[in-house]
Design a protein around this ligand. Structure first.
Ligand SMILES: Nc1ncnc2c1ncn2[C@@H]1O[C@H](COP(=O)(O)OP(=O)(O)O)[C@@H](O)[C@H]1O
Ligand SMILES: CC(=O)N[C@@H](CCC(=O)OP(=O)(O)O)C(=O)O
Length: 263
């Protein structure tokens, strides 16, 4: 079996289905369908859908370092949105293209174990890879696993995991390639230009000066962690040009490559 690739999708690509607009997701899934013999795992976010559902329920959302502060009382809505609505909508879109998709969350098959984040964010989990048995079995049988970022603590409580962190944990679990696809073409530097490459020191300076902010902070931190653990660069690129996935998998310089330290 070829080395698997973990493709993380987040942002507006997952908001579209609420308005009946699944064209960007369909285009991406068609490219994935064309990657014959290439085992793929999709890990997805859906923060924008969570924002909307929490607002409808009358909750005010607070984020710190790009991560959602998650009071216990909000977990039913957050897990319902991510592991329910969003996960099932992606599985259904994939199935409509005849892709053999299977919807999962981080705790299925004990793929990933979580600990409570030490940052004081409530029910936010820090994921750690644990067992690859379920994903190995599914990939060998040519299924397309679609994994939401809802996890659980050892005591059985559900936790909300940032989807970039979830993708990194799954990538480590499978020693896979990782593509972090988002709604912009990569990471922008101080003058607003897209950076082709970013290392840990540069990232720290750009985060401290506020050039990298919001959800991009969590994404860059997750990518740095993966790059350092796996000792190779991690691509942050746009899902708006899904045909680039093939080039990205061949190592093309598209989007921003987050470099391991020492490179
Ligand atoms: N330096 C930066 N470069 C690019 N995008 C940035 C930067 N700083 C903040 N952002 C914002 O981060 C967003 C991507 O993060 P996020 O919305 O969490 O993505 P996703 O939902 O795909 O994980 C971009 O749409 C952009 O508005
Ligand atoms: C702890 C935390 O921040 N969890 C995220 C999980 C979803 C996510 O990461 O979605 P995107 O990839 O679309 O941003 C949240 O609640 O928004």
């Amino acid at each position: 079996m070829k080395k698997p690739v973990v493709i993380k999708i987040g942002g507006a690509i997952l908001d579209g289905y609420n308005q009946g607009n699944t064209s960007a997701l369909t285009a991406l899934l068609k490219v994935i369908a064309s990657l014959k013999e290439q085992p793929v795992v999709i890990v997805h976010g859906g923060g924008c859908v969570v924002d909307e559902m929490l607002a409808q329920a009358g909750f005010v959302t607070e984020k710190k370092h790009g991560l959602r502060v998650t009071p216990k009382a909000q977990m039913p809505i957050i897990s319902g949105a991510l592991a329910g609505s969003v996960n099932k909508a992606i599985v259904a879109s994939a199935a409509s293209l005849k892709l053999p998709a299977v919807g999962l969350s981080l705790t299925d098959g004990q793929m990933v174990q979580c600990q409570l984040s030490p940052l004081g964010l409530g029910q936010v989990g820090v994921p750690k890879p644990f067992s690859s048995a379920l994903l190995d079995t599914l990939l060998k049988a040519s299924f397309l696993p679609i994994v939401s970022s809802i996890g659980a603590l050892e005591n059985g409580e559900l936790v909300n995991v940032n989807a970039d962190d979830a993708a990194v944990a799954i990538c480590q679990l499978l020693n896979a390639e990782l593509l972090l696809l988002t709604d912009v073409n990569g990471v922008k530097g101080a003058t607003g230009e897209y950076l082709s490459s970013l290392n840990g020191e540069q990232a720290e300076a750009l985060i401290n000066s506020g050039v990298i902010a919001g959800g991009m902070t969590a994404k860059v931190n997750a990518a740095l962690q993966a790059a350092n653990k796996l000792r190779r660069s991690i691509a942050v690129a746009s899902w708006q040009s899904p045909e680039q996935i093939v080039d990205l998998l061949n190592g093309a310089s598209i989007g921003t490559r987050i470099q391991p330290s020492g490179c």
